[in-house]
Every structure is written in structure tokens, then in C-alpha cells.
Design a protein around this ligand. Structure first.
Ligand code: ADP
Ligand code: GLC
Length: 470
């Protein structure tokens, strides 16, 4: 099958979070199954595009209301990502040194128009168009209803919802920016008085999936206003658990690690990475190391950390290391805590891919007290690297972690509160003291298979059920 993935992010080109990891891995695994999957994404002015060479495959122009923009489709030269990558370069609009900002509505609309323009010009149409999140959410509508894109009428479109909190809302005043369509279809664009690209995609895509089964169910109760819509469209919705790219996330070969290790050398391997972390961040290597990696936002429960860390550090002999940035208030409180708990707590404010890998390898436990977690990849990386996850039981975390009290291999707390984080950390410290059991679980989790193999073929089956129909 000829599959086109459309996304705002893709690892290693541009990454803000897990969306990039998924789009950088799923097509690779689909190609491994004998299909032809490619990724189309914006050409940003970021380090990947600055460092690599590209050639132009196509030049075109698009209309956004009364303005015209030139665009080119660029392909990397001498680079094997495991899938064909196409970058849409719109010099006056999309070629920015950021992925997301306040001007997203226009930028991503132009991106989507350019994608359909270019795809329509090709001799062979894709068998399926797979859209990821709201940034590509107007594609299913445009492909069905915009006169220029009639050619896609029979091409199935899929929407993957990675995060329903963000919907890409914009005002009806901008409706003329969308290529011509019969205005009787305007209602499909609308949800609650705005143009809502995510809502529109839920209505217009042939099938919709969330990135874990539990998240699909949770969205029917809480979806930032889209609950009724998702309940109404339930028949075409399904939850498919994300996988991880086990070629990128491999302790044997990961070039970011201070020392590589296998299942049999996990003890010395993790010890070396932990030692590097503790030396670099002034922490005590003898104490269990608890870590967090992620965006400091409400959904991730990171605002609970200042209070939870105070409780933990006053009561328990542990080290804590945090990597992330986000909400200014939380960030500032977490930075301030450093002075008070020097030697036991530290953080790196910012984004650092290399450091994240060393933390997955060197930490003993990974904290994920998320309020909302559509899937979560961190817990799967952490399992593979032999680091025991401590998660709140929600979304994909609920679908991937089993508590040790239920014969499992991780820790689950039911509520996103400082008190629940504290009591669960205490349970983890008890496990750490029982080194025999701790090491056994560590080996056990490294054997859990979360690679994309299974879910990549689930997506293929989903596409096939649609292409047969069309
Ligand atoms: P989300 O996409 O909601 O942020 P996921 O768990 O799906 O959450 O994926 C997060 C991805 O981003 C993981 O690959 C994680 O390692 C990475 N990540 C998050 N924050 C940082 C950071 N500050 N530095 C490096 N990597 C990070
Ligand atoms: C989103 C979600 C996260 C998920 C990722 C990849 O960013 O917040 O839970 O793992 O997408 O699907």
C-alpha cells in the first residue's frame, strides 16, 4: 500500500514531544511490512534542516484567500531514515525557527493546502492519507469537499488523535482561507462557534483512532468539549496503542549512553550511566534515583512536583533529577527547590535529547504522575532501559503498566496528587531496599516487547478495511 503520513513533527527532523517519535517510527515499520509509507511535514528552519542537504522535487504555488505563496517540496539527499521524507517549504510562512506558535492556524492551513496540491499533481494517488493531530485535521474535509481536490473523493483518510486538548481552533472570519467548497458543508468545520480542525477531522475522516484504547474511552467523558462528538462518532473510532522504535531505543547501541549495556550487563551498564548523572548533577549515587522527563504542563502533573518533592526529600533517602521545561510558575518553583535540597535534587531546564537517553538508562525509577496521558512513550522507553515506571493510572499508562502488587512490574497511583506521588515513591523505596527483587523486576521489564511490530500491522488492517470499501 502507498501510505502518506502528514504531521507537524517527525523525529529526527523536528521534535516537540511523542508525536515526533511516532511519526518517525510507524512509517519505518510499515515499510518493513512491505508497504510504501512516506512522511510529509513542514520544512522548518531548525538544526536538522540546517545540517542536512535537500533537493527540490516539486515547485508549486498555493492560494490562501487572496494571497499567493510559492512552495517547494524538498527531499533529503544521502539520508536513510527508513522512510521517504518530504518537506514542504513555504519561505514566507512556514520556514520558521519554531514548530508551534501563535500563528499556527495560517501556517498549518497553508501546509495542508500545499500537501493536497502536490499530491493531486502526482501520477499516482496515495492509497491512504494518515493525518496526525489537528495540524493536519482539515485534510479529510478538504479532500472530500473542496472543488480543487475532488480527485481524492475516494481516498480514505485516517485521523490519529495524539492529544485532544489541542484542537487548532480559529475564527470563522478566516473561512475564506480554505479553498472553495460548497458552503452548505460549513457545519462540518464548526464546533461550538469556531472552526475546529480536530473536531472537523473527527467528523470527516473515514476512521479515527486514539493512541491507546483507554484514552479512547476517557475522551468520551472528557475531551475538552468534544465528548459528545466522539460519543456520536464512536462506531468509526478505535484505540491503537503506540509502539516504540526499538532500533533508536536500544541500550546495546544507543550512542547517547555513557555506557551501552544488554540484558545480561544491565547491572554494570546502568551503574555507569547513573554514576555519570550523579557526578554531573551533584547527586548521591548510593541513593535510589527518581527522574522525570517531560513538558512541565498541567496534563503531565508537573505542578504537583514542588510539593511532592518537598515531602519526599524530607522523609526519604533518595535522589531526584528532572529534565524539562514549560509552565513558568512550576519551572520557577522547581528551580528554587534546588538551593534547599542541594545534593539530593537537581534539574536541567530545557530540551536535551541526549540527556534524556542517559536518564532513561541511569535512573532507577521514572515518575509520570500525568493527569492526562493519551499514550505516553516515556514509560515504554523506561521499561526497555530497565528503569521502573511510577505512573498515574490513566490513558496509555493504564494500558502499559501493571502494579507490582498485582504481580506486575511498576507502580500505579490512582490520583494525581502530591500525597499519592509521595506514598508511591515510598513503596518504590521499599522495593529498592529489597535489591534481589528490584534487580529481578529490572530484568523482567527489559523483556517486555513494545516495539511497533504489532501496532504497525493493526494500522495496515485498518487501512485495508477502508481501501476495500472505496
Ligand atoms: P508528550 O508527547 O505528551 O510530551 P510522550 O511520552 O509521548 O509525551 O513523549 C515525550 C517524548 O519527548 C519522549 O521521547 C521524551 O523522551 C521526550 N522529551 C520530553 N521532554 C523532553 C526534554 N525536556 N528533553 C528531551 N526529551 C524530552
Ligand atoms: C501526545 C500525547 C502522548 C503520546 C504522544 C504520541 O503528545 O500527549 O501521550 O504518547 O502524543 O502519540
Amino acid at each position: 500500500m502507498n501510505i502518506v503520513h502528514l504531521s507537524a513533527e517527525c523525529y529526527p527532523v523536528a521534535k516537540v514531544g511523542g508525536l515526533a517519535d511516532v511519526v518517525g517510527a510507524l512509517p519505518k515499520y510499515q515499510n518493513g511490512l512491505g508497504h510504501e509509507a512516506c512522511v510529509i511535514m513542514p520544512f522548518y528552519d531548525l538544526s536538522f534542516t540546517q545540517k542536512n542537504k535537500f533537493k527540490c522535487t516539486y515547485k508549486g504555488s498555493l492560494k490562501l484567500g487572496s494571497s499567493s505563496y510559492r512552495y517547494s517540496v524538498m527531499e533529503p539527499v544521502d539520508l536513510n531514515l527508513g522512510f521517504q521524507l518530504y518537506l514542504i517549504k513555504i519561505p514566507d510562512l512556514l520556514f520558521t525557527n519554531y514548530v508551534y506558535s501563535d500563528d499556527d492556524a495560517k501556517r498549518f492551513l497553508a501546509f495542508q493546502i500545499a500537501c493536497l496540491n502536490w499530491l493531486a499533481s502526482k501520477e499516482q494517488l496515495p492509497d491512504v492519507i494518515h493525518c496526525h493531530d489537528h495540524h493536519t485535521g482539515l485534510i479529510p474535509f478538504m479532500a472530500q469537499y473542496c472543488h480543487e481536490y475532488e480527485v481524492f473523493e475516494k481516498t480514505p483518510s485516517i485521523l490519529s488523535i495524539h492529544n485532544a486538548q489541542y484542537q487548532g481552533w480559529f475564527s470563522h472570519k478566516l473561512i475564506d482561507l480554505i479553498p472553495q467548497f460548497d458552503r452548505k458543508h460549513t457545519g462540518l468545520l464548526d464546533w461550538d462557534g469556531s472552526i475546529n480542525p480536530l473536531g472537523c477531522a473527527i467528523k470527516c475522516a473515514w476512521r479515527v483512532n486514539t493512541v491507546s484504547p483507554s484514552y479512547m474511552e476517557e475522551l468520551k467523558q472528557e475531551a475538552n468539549g468534544l465528548e459528545i462528538l466522539l460519543t456520536h462518532e464512536a462506531a468509526k473510532c478505535v484505540g491503537i496503542l503506540n509502539g516504540i522504535d526499538t532500533t533508536v531505543w536500544d541500550t546495546n547501541t544507543d550512542s547517547f549512553l555513557k555506557k551501552n549495556y544488554s540484558k545480561s550487563s544491565v547491572l554494570s551498564g546502568k551503574k555507569a550511566n547513573k554514576k555519570w548523572l550523579c557526578t554531573t548533577y551533584n547527586l548521591d549515587v548510593k541513593k535510589p534515583l527518581f527522574a522525570f522527563i517531560g513538558r512541565l504542563v498541567y496534563e503531565k502533573g508537573s505542578d504537583l512536583f514542588p510539593e511532592a518533592f518537598e515531602q519526599i526529600l524530607q522523609d526519604q533517602e533518595v535522589s531526584i533529577l528532572l529534565l524539562g521545561s514549560g509552565d513558568k510558575n512550576t519551572q520557577q518553583r522547581l528551580v528554587e527547590l534546588k538551593k534547599k535540597y542541594e545534593g539530593s535534587y537537581n534539574l536541567y531546564v530545557g530540551y536535551d535529547e541526549a540527556l534524556s537517553h542517559v536518564i532513561y538508562a541511569g535512573a532507577d525509577f521514572l515518575l509520570m504522575p500525568s493527569r492526562v496521558e493519551p499514550c505516553g512513550l516515556n514509560q515504554m522507553y523506561s521499561l526497555r532501559y530497565g528503569t521502573i515506571p511510577i505512573v498515574r493510572g490513566t490513558g496509555g499508562l493504564k494500558d502499559t503498566i501493571v502494579d507490582i502488587e498485582n504481580d506486575g512490574f511498576g507502580f500505579i497511583h490512582l490520583e494525581a496528587t502530591a500525597a499519592h506521588i509521595f506514598s508511591t515513591v515510598k513503596r518504590a523505596v521499599t522495593l529498592y531496599k529489597d535489591q534481589k527483587r528490584f534487580k529481578k523486576i529490572r530484568k523482567q521489564i527489559m523483556n517486555i516487547d513494545h516495539s511497533w511490530d504489532k501496532s504497525a500491522s493493526t494500522y495496515i488492517q485498518l487501512y485495508k478495511s477502508l481501501t476495500n470499501r472505496s
